[in-house]
Design a protein around this ligand. Structure first.
Ligand SMILES: [Zn+2]
Length: 435
């Protein structure tokens, strides 16, 4: 399998950015294409919530050329998934691949990663995490910062240029926040929050921080709106949204309902974390098509996440679903667990949607097409249809009746390149760089 895929690896490496900013939904030209035909026993249409049997998915130049019952084209490399259910690659809209909090060392506090680990170490952790995300079926991740001094940009470029295997990455660069960010600093050492955040306390500072992020390779802007008791106003948030312009979306971490309202009214694309949100906020988000990335943490995932806290999160998620707030999957994992990969820990977050009583068909949408819209890649990713990127995974059972089967991804293709086949990860380093 490894040898067979070697020729196809070039496809991914040719997809790197050719211009200063190449959004993830605009593909640069592809060379050396080759044709792949996937014999799919069942194809899951996540939009319709239905399954079609015995289809052939033709992949050319990294994209889906057709899905039909017609036989594979002559000369195509055929991949047999006739015993599997095939669906679009999963999307995690809230990852932190350049951060690993270790409870025994730092009580899950972000602060210690920043203090103890240089950016290079954070990038190396990210390389490992990226691979496991792909292995677990995530073909797109939106990485929301806390990656030292732009380790996330290095990771994104590493994937795009073919140095390392990983999902398509939309990275936030440095988080923009009012003074202090998410740390409690002490006055003799105010620099201790460097370089995780840009502290920005006026509209001009916010604009400049957005520009710095764009310059250093961010593909989304992340605001921490209200971690301190001085919070970003609607006008502050709007300044970031305006500066980010039509190309980059803005994601808002919120701790309070007031902060969330300012963020929604200021025009952000997504609200991160659901705990503080009241019904009026959830309703306003529905009206304005602002996606909620709920991040309900499993019990004992982070220090202090009790069964009661989890239950509260699940209840809130139920409420958001009932109101009709648009939802996108995002796990917000930084925690480390011996014996588990980042990809597996991310998939654990599936359970909160199950516990909230959300039907499997909607959970699938939340993890694919909805998440694609939330992060802005829906023009190319999130569903299986002609013209979309060939981001394709396979599972052993019907995810519409057994959503837990998503934990058993046996096959992963991203941009037409096979990264996992028959349950085994496969990847070869680039022989020609993507730019
Ligand atoms: Zn986070």
């Amino acid at each position: 399998m490894t040898k067979k895929t070697a020729g196809v690896v070039f496809v991914a490496t040719a997809w790197a950015s050719l211009s200063a900013i190449t959004p993830a939904n605009q593909a640069p030209p592809v060379q050396n294409p080759g044709v792949i035909a996937i014999r799919a026993g069942h194809v899951v249409d996540v939009e319709a919530g239905s399954v079609r049997a015995d289809q052939v998915i033709v992949v050319e130049s990294g994209r889906i050329k057709s899905i039909s019952a017609a036989p594979p084209p002559a000369g195509a490399r055929v991949i047999d998934l006739s015993g599997s259910y095939v669906l679009p690659g999963l999307i995690d809209a809230h990852s932190h691949l350049g951060m690993t909090t270790i409870a025994a060392r730092d009580a899950d506090r972000l602060f210690f990663s920043s203090l103890l680990e240089p950016t290079a170490s954070r990038a190396i952790q990210g390389v490992a995490h990226l691979r496991t995300m792909l292995e677990s079926g995530f073909t797109t991740v939106r990485d929301l910062g806390n990656a030292g001094n732009f380790a996330d940009t290095a990771l994104r470029r590493g994937v795009e240029e073919g140095w390392i295997p990983g999902p398509t990455m939309i990275n936030a660069g440095r988080i923009i926040a009012p003074f202090g960010g998410q740390f409690r600093l002490q006055p003799e050492k105010p620099d201790l929050a460097e370089p995780e955040y840009y502290f920005a306390d006026t509209v001009d500072e916010i604009r400049k921080a957005v520009r710095q992020n764009i310059h250093y390779g961010a593909r989304v802007i992340k605001l921490v709106v209200d971690q301190r008791w001085y919070i970003y106003s609607e006008a502050d948030v709007r300044a970031a949204v305006t500066e980010a312009g039509p190309r980059l979306k803005v994601a808002a971490h919120v701790n309070t309902n007031d902060g969330a309202l300012n963020a929604v009214r200021g025009g952000v694309a997504t609200i991160e974390h659901l705990q503080p949100l009241g019904d009026e906020t959830l309703t306003l988000m529905k009206e304005r098509n602002v996606y909620l990335v709920p991040t309900v943490y499993p019990v004992d995932s982070y220090a202090g996440v009790s069964p009661a806290m989890y239950k509260q999160g699940v209840e809130r998620l139920k409420r958001a679903y009932a109101i009709g707030t648009p939802l996108a999957f995002g796990a917000d994992v930084t925690y480390y667990r011996e014996g588990r990969t980042r990809g597996e820990l991310t998939l654990d977050h599936l359970q909160s949607f199950v516990d909230a009583g959300i039907p499997a068909a909607d959970i699938l949408r939340i993890m694919t097409v909805n998440a694609a819209r939330a992060v802005g890649v829906e023009a190319r990713r999130g569903v299986l249809k002609e013209g979309q990127a060939a981001d394709i995974v396979a599972v052993p059972a019907n995810p519409l009746t057994d959503v837990q089967t998503l934990r058993k991804v046996s096959f992963v293709m991203k941009d037409g390149v096979v990264y996992k086949a028959d349950g085994t990860f496969t990847w070869e380093p680039a022989r020609r760089l993507g730019r």
